[in-house]
Structures are given as structure tokens and as C-alpha cells.
Design a protein around this ligand. Structure first.
Ligand code: FAD
Length: 481
């Protein structure tokens, strides 16, 4: 039979579940990627680092498929209609793809499957994005887990080398099954799709090669992950999230490395990293079972909270977005996001807490801003992270736990290295005052060339006052419990 492999967020030839089965079950296999207008047309910024990351990753994948005697059709269209149309043109009897658990993707895929069925073609979808999916890990009562630690324990109990075995898709590429279209398939330029180049290539190397370089670099540091992961000025984390998001690396490769290292050496760093990969799975299964949580509080009573949304809140939100709150760690974090599309995990927790619990602004505003700016934006992890910070999510932190942005700064950026990088106007302040310039004596401010309200903002809110307001705001939840 003639097959069509539909790449989406799995932009690699190696260890790709759907590609493996597609190669196995097709006599002739065509491959396609769609720059989906339904998604791209909603992006507000023509300089979107993710579109460029995808573009380069697709160019690399196309070259790899061409080198193996095939090609990649690259369309700029609405995939819901373009995939059935292409399958019809090619005479495909089967379309192979890897599952996507986001609500909109599931709706789209169900519609595509129906359209294909009408033309005698079957959509086959595979687990590839996560270690365990859907109903694979359930509580003893047969329900999905809403608390992380028991979920993790159940995963670790179930996990064996079988789940982490790679699919040898790349080895089968040269088996002569890849179809080469009669006419060369062009790759639409970024400009033709309404986008412009960004600084992504200075920040991340895209494609499978980029993912492997980043992975090799991290493997040498994995043992230190647990102790180094919380300090944004230290190279302690993997920076692999954008590769995991777009599937330029396989989750099995990552989890296998961590699992093996833990089993062989007992490395706490490796177990710590595996723990984070399981958080990723955890949020996938949450969004799968609770698609409504994409825009509603996971715990319904938290939607009773009255968030601020007046003109003042709009101004505060703008200050938060731009990194001008007068809290240096928050500002440095937001500037990192704006300049690079990445924000360190510790800082995501700090900035999300600051927006919801210091500024009293709805977590959905922050979630949307992150969705527009994060290179690794993933609906499930982003929603999970925001609802965790706002306390409205599953297994979230209790609402009365409110991060103090100054003590977080003293603890996790003690020497102010990270702050100095992104807030150079504060660089000359002594370590003692860099976390809270508003508490710095005038002479020291002057010596450091800092003029509050001019070269650097005064704090937009007072943390202690904001904290009390938040406790009052959240009282509505307590009453309803
Ligand atoms: P590492 O520390 O090296 O972790 C390895 C991988 O594990 C990550 O690449 C990621 O795939 C996964 N991971 C780590 N922490 C988490 C977590 N808490 N939840 C789910 N997966 C995790 N992560 C995203 O991938 N996309 C998002 O849109 C996203 N939004 C977030 C929003 C908020 C408010 C918060 C608090 C966290 C968010 N995270 C998100 C989780 C986490 O911050 C990032 O995955 C991590 O910072 C990426 O950097 P890294 O690859 O170096 O991570």
C-alpha cells in the first residue's frame, strides 16, 4: 500500500514511532509537513522564533529524507483539509502520524480521520511524545492521577527498558520505500509565509543535529542536575525543552539516558532529571483527561476569584511583560524571556507567582504571554505551571504559599550574576542591594549610577501589602471549600 507520513511535533527521522510503522507497512511512503495556517495565522508576531526553529528543523529533515531517496512535501495550508487532499492526490491508503494530546489537535485529528475514512484511507496515530499516555498509568481505582508523587511512583514502577526502547526508524530509511515525487518539492520561505528571521540561530541549534549536540552537552552535566538546576546563572539544566517540544529529540532517548545512569550509578542528578520528564508526562495526561482545564481552573472554586483587570492592572501587566516591575529578579527573568524565548524554571515559578499573587492578575493573562513568547511553549506544561503557581491546578502549591521575590533572589541568584546580565543598569550595585534597590541607601545608589524611577523603576507594588491583599482575594476559595 501507499502510505503518507504526517510529521507534526516529531521533527526527526531517528527513533520516531509513526515513521517506523509507516516504513514497515508501506510499499511506497510519502512524507509531509504542514505549516498550519490555522496555527500560524493566530501568531501575533511575525518575528516568531518558533516558526524559524521549525523551518530550519524541517529543512534538515527534508535533506535527510532526500539523502535516503525520498522527499518531504512542505505545505503552507490548513492541515485539516490539506492532509486528506494530499492523501487523495497521492492515492494513499494509510496516513501515519504521532498523537498530539492537546484539545484542538484531538478535534482536528478526529475530523481528519473521518475525512480520510470517506476516501477509503485510514489514519494511524502512535504514542511517541511521552513515556506513558492516556490511560496507561491509572490509580488503583482506575482514575487518572491528579497528584504528582503517586503518579511518578506508579510510572517508575511500570517503567522498564521496553518502554524506552528506540524505534529504529532511521535504520529503515534506506530500505527503498521512500517515494520521490516526480517534481521537486519546494520549501516555502519564511517570508512567503509572512514571517521574518529572528535571533534563534544565535540561541539554539535546530534540527536533530542541534538536539543531539545539546543532549551530549547535558549528559556530562546530568549528575550535577539536582544541585545546580535551581540557579539561573549556572548552566545546570538541559535547555532541551524546545527540542522536546518539536520532537527533534525523542523522549525515549532522554528518559533512557536518565534511567540507565540512575540504575548503573545511583545518580541523584539522573533521577532528578527523570523526575522532570515525568512531570512533562503528568501534564500531558492531565490535559488529555481534563481538556477543559486549558482555560478553566482545574479546581473549579478558584474561578470564583476576582482578579484585577482595570486600567491599573493593565499598567502593572505591561510592567511585568516588559521587565519593569522594580523587582530585579522578576525583571531579569522577563527580559530573558523577551530576548531569548527561554526562561529558567525557577524564574517561571517566580514570575508566575509575582503576576498572580503580587499583582493580583489572572493567571490566564500570564499564560497567554508565555504562550506567545516561549520557544518551548507547550499547552499542557504551560497551563500546568501557571495553575500550579496560581494554586488553582492539580497538585498546585497551597494558595497561602506566596513567593517573596526578594528572598527568592537572595537564595537563587545570591551574587546577582543573572540580574546583572539582564538588568545591566543595576550592574554596579553591591550584592547586598542588588536584590532590592529600593532598600539601598541613596549614597550607594548614586555611586552605582542608579536613579530610582529613572534608570530603574521603583517597585510597582509593595510585596507585604500585596501579600495581604492576595490572602483576602483567595479567601473566597477557602469559604467555598
Ligand atoms: P530541564 O530542567 O532540563 O528539564 C528537562 C525537561 O523536562 C524539560 O525540557 C521539559 O520538557 C520537562 N520539564 C521540566 N520541568 C517541567 C515541568 N515543571 N512541567 C512539565 N515539564 C517539565 N515547560 C515547557 O516545556 N513548556 C512550557 O510552556 C512551560 N511553561 C511553564 C510555565 C510555568 C509558569 C512554569 C512554572 C513552568 C513551565 N514549564 C514549561 C516547565 C519548565 O519550566 C520548563 O520545561 C523548563 O524550564 C525547560 O528548561 P529545560 O529544558 O532546561 O529543563
Amino acid at each position: 500500500p501507499i502510505g503518507l507520513m504526517w510529521f507534526r511535533r516529531d521533527l526527526r527521522a531517528d527513533d520516531n514511532a509513526a515513521l517506523f510503522y509507516a516504513l514497515k507497512h508501506s510499499e511506497r511512503l510519502h512524507c509531509v509537513f504542514v505549516f498550519d495556517k490555522t496555527i500560524l495565522d493566530a501568531l501575533p508576531n511575525p518575528q516568531d522564533r518558533r516558526v524559524e526553529f521549525i523551518w530550519h528543523s524541517i529543512a534538515a529533515l527534508k535533506a535527510r529524507l532526500q539523502a535516503a531517496g525520498g522527499d518531504l512535501h512542505v505545505l503552507h495550508d490548513h492541515s485539516a483539509t490539506a492532509i486528506p487532499a494530499l492523501a487523495r492526490t497521492l492515492g494513499a491508503q494509510a496516513v501515519f502520524t504521532n498523537k498530539d494530546y492537546e484539545p484542538a489537535a484531538r478535534t482536528r485529528d478526529a475530523a481528519v480521520a473521518q475525512d480520510l475514512a470517506r476516501q477509503g484511507c485510514t489514519l494511524y496515530a502512535f504514542k511517541d511524545q511521552c513515556i506513558f499516555e492516556e490511560d496507561e498509568v491509572l490509580t488503583q481505582a482506575g482514575k487518572f492521577f491528579t497528584v504528582f508523587t503517586p503518579y511518578k511512583n506508579a510510572c517508575l514502577k511500570k517503567l522498564d527498558p521496553f518502554h524506552l526502547t528506540p524505534y529504529p526508524s532511521a535504520q529503515h530509511l534506506n530500505a527503498g520505500r521512500l517515494a520521490k515525487p516526480a517534481v521537486e518539492q519546494p520549501l516555502p520561505s519564511l517570508q512567503a509565509m509572512g514571517f521574518q528571521a529572528t535571533n534563534i540561530l544565535e540561541l539554539v541549534k535546530p534540527g536533530e543535529d542541534g538536539a543531539l549536540d545539546a543532549f551530549d552537552d547535558f549528559r556530562n552535566r546530568m549528575d550535577r542536575y539536582k544541585t545546580a538546576r535551581d540557579f539561573p546563572a549556572v548552566k545546570g539544566v538541559s535547555y532541551l525543552s524546545v527540542h522536546m517540544r518539536f520532537g527533534t529529540i525523542s523522549i525515549r532517548r532522554c528518559a533512557r539516558a536518565a534511567h540507565e545512569q540512575f540504575v548503573i550509578t545511583g545518580s541523584e542528578g539522573a533521577m532528578g532529571w527523570l523526575n522532570e520528564l515525568i512531570w512533562r508526562d503528568f501534564y500531558f495526561q492531565i490535559i488529555f483527561h481534563r481538556p477543559d482545564a486549558a482555560d478553566k481552573a482545574f479546581k473549579a472554586e478558584y474561578d470564583l476569584i476576582q482578579w484585577d483587570s482595570d486600567d491599573k492592572a493593565q499598567r502593572l501587566f505591561k510592567a511585568w511583560c516588559e521587565g519593569k516591575t522594580g523587582y530585579p529578579l522578576v525583571d531579569a527573568a522577563q527580559r530573558q524571556l523577551n530576548q531569548t524565548g527561554y526562561q529558567h524554571n525557577r524564574l517561571r515559578m517566580v514570575t508566575a507567582s509575582f503576576l498572580t499573587k503580587d499583582l493580583g492578575i489572572d493567571w490566564r493573562w500570564g499564560e497567554r504571554y508565555f504562550a506567545e513568547h516561549l520557544n518551548d511553549f507547550d499547552l499542557s506544561a504551560n497551563n500546568g505551571g501557571w495553575q500550579w503557581a496560581a494554586s488553582s491546578g492539580c497538585d498546585a502549591q497551597p494558595y497561602f504559599r506566596i513567593f517573596n521575590p526578594v528572598s527568592q533572589s537572595e537564595k537563587f541568584d545570591a551574587e546577582g550574576k543573572f540580574i546583572r546580565k539582564y538588568c545591566p543598569e543595576l550592574a554596579k550595585l553591591p550584592n547586598k542591594f542588588i536584590h532590592e534597590p529600593s532598600a539601598c541607601p541613596p549614597l550607594e545608589l548614586q555611586a552605582a549610577g542608579v536613579v530610582l524611577g529613572e534608570t530603574y523603576p521603583r517597585p510597582v507594588v509593595e510585596h507585604d501589602v500585596a501579600r495581604k491583599k492576595t490572602l483576602a482575594r483567595y479567601a473566597v476559595v477557602k469559604k467555598s471549600e
